[in-house]
Design a protein around this ligand. Structure first.
Ligand code: ADP
Length: 420
């Protein structure tokens, strides 16, 4: 009877121990899956591995994706500084054997095992007696090896192998996720750096081009006054090109400085803005024999904006409508009152836009046309600048089109301060 009770007690205690171990595994798994920083994650995995196997140390070796070499990436204990990034050969090392045989290995007497990697021994003062190592896999792909060293009480056993195998498989998923995030973060940093270089280049190039261009424009205007006949025409051609160039350089300068430029806001009627933008582009539209219709609202709608900037945003959109609409096309400039907003519309019956380009055309330097075969010219900055200006005024700008060949509509929505 007493024996029965004792056996029952032992079984119960064993069950409780297993239950505790399982519980701990679940906790570990939850933490691992929510840790996205690689170094923190590796540390957590090693601590969990030593805890569940009652080991003195743990280490993680990861497979380098490019070189296919195993490298020490983390270890508990002070030796880690010397070990970090050490390449462990696939042949002649226990980790390498775990990789090539793709299974867990227990070594009870590491010092006398020919597979033990000696360099690791030399660099570390720590004496490795026993090793339990398991491969870390994601589906078929091996990403590294998790090792625990020197069980504190007794020898590594089958239960340790089971526990650490489960840990390794969850660790592999978490490591893979953290590595991808790390790669994304690095790629993002590089992109930011490139973006900064590009912006610096634009700022410097536009600044450097402005001075000589000013001289060309000045002298050409001066010569034009003196010149007669054919010579006058030639100089006018120089002036026209120089002015075109000035427009491009202004766009580049605007892009670089717009975010910092001061806004001189004032209450102004929408009709004044429409009228000014209309006056800016009517000559160009006439030149292409296009019909440019102005449908101004009859009642007063007032906005609080920097007139110069909003006009230039609208002129950019109108210039595009003229540019991307064939000769004798029709462009309608209108404004519609909306609750709390006014929508300024530029509608054309030109070349239109595919649905997947409606947002991208607002990106810096983006043009729908292939740059090698394009017919329309321009830098791809007009809409970027227009959007920056409109958004600085608390507004929105977007494009709509039924598709290529079916015309486009651009809308600038601005907050209204007074509407009668
Ligand atoms: P740019 O006109 O200098 O190319 P934008 O930023 O003003 O630069 O415009 C970007 C691109 O958007 C244009 O190159 C063109 O492909 C497209 N786009 C703009 N407006 C229109 C329009 N009204 N109709 C068709 N495509 C347009």
């Amino acid at each position: 009877m007493a024996d029965d009770l004792r056996t029952q007690d032992i079984v119960l205690r064993e069950l409780q121990r297993k239950f505790d171990a399982l519980n701990r595994m679940v906790q570990i798994s939850l933490v691992m899956n929510s840790t996205l920083k690689l170094d923190l994650l590796l540390n957590y995995i090693m601590n969990a591995a030593t805890e569940i196997t009652d080991a003195e140390r743990a280490s993680i070796l990861l497979m380098d994706r490019n070189t296919n070499q195993l490298q020490f990436k983390a270890a508990t204990g002070p030796e880690i500084k010397e070990l970090l990034d050490t390449v462990v050969p696939l042949e002649g090392s226990i980790a390498g054997t775990i990789v090539s045989e793709n299974r867990a290995i227990i070594i009870d007497d590491a010092a006398h095992d020919p597979r033990h990697f000696n360099i690791v021994f030399k660099e570390s003062e720590f004496q490795t007696r026993a090793i339990l190592g398991v491969p870390m896999r994601i589906r078929d792909q091996l990403i590294g090896v998790l090792e625990v060293l020197n069980k504190q009480h007794g020898r590594f056993n089958d239960e340790d192998v089971r526990h650490i195998t489960i840990l390794a498989s969850q660790a592999a998923d978490a490591i893979d996720k953290a590595q991808l995030i790390e790669e994304l973060r690095q790629a993002n940093e590089e992109l930011e750096q490139l973006n900064k270089l590009k912006n610096d280049f634009i700022a410097i190039a536009s600044h450097e081009l402005r001075t000589p261009l000013g001289l060309i424009l000045g002298y050409a205007s001066f010569l034009k006054e003196e010149a007669e006949g054919e010579m006058g025409e030639h100089i006018q051609a120089v002036l026209n090109s120089a002015q075109h160039l000035r427009g491009l350089i202004e766009d580049m300068t605007n892009l670089a400085w717009l975010d910092r430029a001061e806004l001189n806001k004032q209450p102004i009627s929408i009709n004044t803005i429409l009228g000014a933008a209309y006056a800016d582009v009517i000559a160009m539209a006439d030149g292409k024999e296009q019909v440019l219709l102005l449908e101004a609202p009859e009642r007063l709608i007032e906005v609080n904006v920097d007139p110069h900037q909003i006009e230039s945003a609208l002129t950019n959109v109108l210039n595009n409508a003229v540019k991307f609409t064939p000769p004798r096309g029709v462009i309608v400039l209108s404004a519609i009152a909306q609750p709390k907003e006014v929508w300024i519309r530029v509608q054309d019956n030109g070349i239109g836009l595919p649905p997947n380009q409606l947002e991208r055309i607002f990106d810096q330097f983006y043009q729908v046309e292939d740059p090698m075969t394009r017919r329309y010219g321009g830098l791809g900055l007009g809409l970027t600048i227009a959007r920056k200006i409109v958004e600085r005024h608390g507004g929105r700008i977007w494009a709509e089109s039924a598709g290529p060949g079916l015309g486009s509509t651009f809308t600038i929505a601005l907050p209204v301060i007074r509407s009668e």
